[in-house]
Ligand binder design. Structure first.
Ligand code: SAH
Ligand code: SF4
Length: 361
């Protein structure tokens, strides 16, 4: 059955018009579905009974079936494993900080990009998620928080999969989440993280959004990046950094560069200095000072990668090198590792296919 969350307001209005319903009905239904937490049509009491029945026969509001919930020992990170109607399994995570309630959602079941250190990459791509499947994860977390009198404050597209390799469905989900008649979520409170798919970044830059973008860089020489992030062979650093610079120039939005710290691999001074050079190159050609921010992420363990997290002293040395070059840099707090909900650890308990390197455009 089709998910109501796959449809834009125009598409729903069109269908309802075909049923002889007035135009305002679509907005009424959206208010229930996106903002009043409805999970079935029956409870939409301001709609005629016959319409509720027809909607329920045609659309679904809940495609996610909860399979398991795990909570980190500190209680601040919660991971849900869901089954989709075809049996595919995906995960979504809630991370609570003092004043932040962040949902981390998946855009694909698995991932084709094959990054060596990432659990999702190690399982390969099963399939893209639909717009509705992406949106429902956000609504799920929102409802969970609401039932405790709390509110979702941030959404990050950093779960399973590469958002820009599923561009159409990810972009549509974003549009519906920020839509004033939809979920009404603040654009600046959303971050999309990409491994560096250049045509996707260029397209993203033209959307006219204020949604944040993060690029998973992890290495500042093509040699090393080719090994850690195989998509670099298709979109090498020169091409990626040019797209990143154009993105910042065009949108004037701050760009985050993510860097997983792997002991003895990419945490060297040579890499730190090369990173400084790339960012200087970006800043030098335009007035984009302070619009680039580096986020260092200590490696979380995954079954398929032998590397270890850099020790704190090396992370600090790396950070200081950037700081001396006046590049803002923060170290991400490790969270949820005991429930395998840390960065890159999301992996449904299914036998995935071997990673394959697909060109998504
Ligand atoms: N595919 C996108 C978004 C999902 S991954 C991307 O790669 O950006 C979200 C973040 O987790 C990325 O920065 C990714 O590099 C990082 N990550 C992956 N595996 C990790 C691991 N084992 N430890 C720490 N971070 C990891
Ligand atoms: Fe895919 Fe991102 Fe994992 Fe790379 S780090 S395999 S792009 S999910």
């Amino acid at each position: 059955m089709q998910s109501l969350f796959d449809l834009s307001l125009e598409e729903l209005t069109e269908i309802l018009a075909g049923w002889g319903e007035p135009r305002y009905r679509a907005r009424q239904i959206w208010a229930w579905a996106y903002r009043r937490g409805a999970t079935e049509f029956e409870g939409m009491t301001d709609l005629p009974k016959s319409l509720r029945v027809r909607l329920a026969q045609t659309f679904t509001l809940s495609t996610l079936r909860l399979i398991a919930e795990r909570v980190s020992s500190d209680g601040w990170t919660r991971k849900w494993l869901f089954a989709l109607p075809d049996g595919t399994q995906i995960e979504a995570v809630l991370m609570e900080y003092t004043d932040r309630r962040t949902a981390c959602v998946s855009t694909q079941a698995g991932c084709a990009m094959g990054c060596a250190f990432c659990a999702t990459g190690q399982m390969g791509l099963l399939r893209n998620l639909t717009t509705g499947e992406i949106i429902e994860q956000v609504l799920w977390v929102g409802r969970w928080l609401a039932s405790r009198g709390e509110r979702l404050t941030h959404v990050v597209f950093m779960g399973m999969g590469e958002p820009l390799a599923n561009y159409g469905n990810t972009a549509k989900a974003l549009r519906l989440l920020i839509h004033p008649d939809g979920f009404r979520f603040g654009q600046r409170r959303i971050t999309v993280s990409t491994v560096g798919i250049v045509p996707g970044i260029r397209r993203f830059a033209q959307e006219g959004w204020e949604v944040n973008l993060a690029i998973s860089l992890h290495a500042a020489t093509d040699d090393l990046r080719n090994r850690l992030v195989p998509i670099n062979r298709i979109y090498p650093l020169q091409m990626l950094m040019a797209a990143a610079r154009d993105y910042v120039e065009r949108t004037r939005r701050r760009l985050t560069c993510e860097w997983v710290m792997i002991h003895g691999v990419n945490d060297t001074m040579e890499q730190a200095n090369a990173l400084v050079e790339w960012i200087r190159g970006m800043l030098g050609t335009s007035a984009v000072g302070h619009l680039v921010h580096v986020n260092l992420i200590p490696l979380n363990p995954t079954p398929g990668f032998p590397g270890e997290a850099s020790p704190p002293a090396r992370i600090e040395a790396f950070r200081r090198t950037l700081e001396k070059a006046r590049i803002p840099c923060t170290v991400r707090v490790r969270r949820g590792i005991d429930v395998a909900a840390g960065c890159g650890q999301l992996r449904a308990e299914i036998t995935g296919r071997k990673p394959l390197l697909a060109v998504p455009f």
